[in-house]
Design a protein around this ligand. Structure first.
Ligand SMILES: NC(=O)c1ccc[n+]([C@@H]2O[C@H](COP(=O)([O-])OP(=O)(O)OC[C@H]3O[C@@H](n4cnc5c(N)ncnc54)[C@H](OP(=O)(O)O)[C@@H]3O)[C@@H](O)[C@H]2O)c1
Length: 207
């Protein structure tokens, strides 16, 4: 089981924290509003604790559950407090109309986070292709992830499995751009052909 710190107090933070606790992981909740973080930790129960924003997180894995625009500033603000951590980037860097990515071609939100993080931290892209409310009921879904550090990927893969979800390795961190494109595709499908957000993206093997 893993020790997890989650930065952010919104939808994804609550859903991932709930499933992480149910999977036997330890969970620390961190937000810029300490009272709100304490309230969320208490509401989650299961031994969840509230950490202090900007200081070294307790978890070996740190989930960045903040909007894309806040991700790099938050990582930069943490600085060396994230040394040695596995950072999971769940952000979807989509524009307001959800017609494109706000990151330039040739990079990704995850790769921009790498530039802001300490050299000893390892960034893994994961969970951005899963809608939070679809995760909530405890379904088994596919979670695509990408990263460059094999041990960091192994720990994220084990964490995803502990949530009762299927981890699918999409390759190196250069694939984060395409996972972010898949997140954009999901929003566009929801607005067009599917017609709602109650679906998931997965792989169906035929062998
Ligand atoms: N919702 C989904 O289904 C879904 C699915 C996949 C990926 N994602 C991605 O997951 C991330 C979080 O989404 P969400 O739906 O959970 O958003 P949300 O409900 O709006 O929550 C965002 C949280 O980030 C915090 N935050 C924002 N700026 C911050 C800063 N500078 N420092 C510290 N905390 C900051 C907010 O803090 P306050 O509470 O203090 O305002 C809030 O708790 C986004 O990047 C999104 O693209 C979302």
């Amino acid at each position: 089981m893993s020790s997890i710190s989650i930065i952010g107090l919104g939808n994804m933070a609550g859903v991932l924290a709930g499933r992480a606790l149910a999977g036997g992981n330890t969970v620390e909740i961190i937000g810029r509003d300490p009272a709100k973080a304490k309230d969320l930790a208490a509401a989650l129960g299961g031994g969840a604790t509230a950490g202090t924003f900007g200081t070294a997180p307790a978890g070996d894995i740190v989930i960045l559950a903040v909007p894309n625009a806040s991700a790099v500033p938050v990582v930069a603000q943490y600085g060396n407090a994230l040394a040695g951590k596995v950072i999971i980037d769940i952000t979807n860097p989509v524009n307001a109309e959800a017609t494109g990515l706000v990151t330039p071609d040739g990079t990704s939100a995850a790769q921009e986070i790498v530039k802001a993080a300490p050299a000893s931290a390892h960034v893994v892209k994961a969970f951005n292709t899963v809608f939070g409310h679809v995760l909530a009921p405890g379904r088994s879904l596919d979670v695509f992830f990408a990263g460059d550090d094999a041990p960091a990927k192994a720990s994220v893969s084990a964490f995803i499995e502990s949530l009762g979800l299927r981890p699918l390795d999409a390759g190196g961190l250069e694939m984060a751009h395409w996972l972010e494109g898949a997140g954009l595709l999901m929003i566009s499908l929801a607005r067009h052909g599917v017609g709602d957000f109650n679906f998931s993206l997965g792989v169906t093997p035929f062998s």
